[in-house]
Design a protein around this ligand. Sequence first.
Ligand code: KG4
Ligand code: ZN
Length: 341
Amino acid sequence: MEKDVYILAIESSCDETAAAVMKNGREVCSNVIYSQIELHKLYGGVVPEIASRKHIEKINYVIEEALEKANKKLADIDAIAVTYGPGLVGALLVGVAEAKAIAYAANKPLVGVHHIEGHIAANYIENLDLEPPFLCLVVSGGHTHLVKVEDYDRFEILGKTRDDAAGEAFDKVARAIGLGYPGGPKIDALAKEGDKNAIAFPRAKVDDNPYDFSFSGLKSAVLNYLNQCEMKQVEINRADVAASFQYAVIDVLTTHAIVAAKELGIEKLAVAGGVASNSSLRESLQEACEKEGIQFYHPSPIYCTDNAAMIGVAGYYSYINGVSHGLDLNAVPNLKIGQRM
Ligand code: KG4
Ligand code: ZN
């Protein structure tokens, strides 16, 4: 019988300090997340300097807890996986420095992981039948990508946003209607009380690539609508604004993903990233996939937003494919999907 492979994974690219222990790639032994959301709420968004300081304060405890919950010691771990980009440079550096120190002290291989490839890999945790190739719609606070996952370590970007990321648009519109940070979950909840057809917000088309996205025009249209209402002293129905805005985002995301899947003849579609936990987006993709005979995959909400389990999955596939990094591994804030350092 083959020996089990245990990965200790670390994630600190934005405002979650996270560590996890994964067994043989897809089995979660522990998944510990310290979220800084409460701290950043005061400022209406993530403050990079505060995030870095909090990561430093929390990271040792989070890692200890992950090992404890998994009932493992460092000696039982085969490799240390860590997010090294993209993300906030100061935040990334905390995880990378920690992972390097552990790898050196415990004499374990070090595997650098791309954050977005981690988000995509989150789909493998609960979908044991999912294997590449498949199409993945990646929608997070910083990224909106339509990616063809050709293999565990090979990706082709079919389309991406030209301006704001989907999550960023949720956060900005939420702030404009006074919902606070982070906006995604709040709009998701408020939209359930509103009428998605109440206001006709625009769906942007990007001329030279049918798979690219643009959300800044939609964000401006919402701001204009709010201003107009104020000027005319018309009462704003925030639930209708939330529902109509959300519908505009979801409509574009769903249409692009389904058109790409059909044109490329791909029968599996996955969704990943923080916005993938949006209940209406999941319903919309599920429904469209059913209509087209496409198999739809999504992670549970806890594996959609930032976590280390997803980094452990991606790290595992890199590790068994012979990828390892030296102690000169650095944080790369603008690391591209599929790029290897
Ligand atoms: O993947 P993630 O945790 O961090 C990044 O890598 O960016 O994504 C965070 C983003 C935020 O913009 C947040 O508002 C959005 O995901 N988000 C949601 C929902 N939950 C989180 N957006 C829409 N609906 C949700 N339920
Ligand atoms: Zn993320």
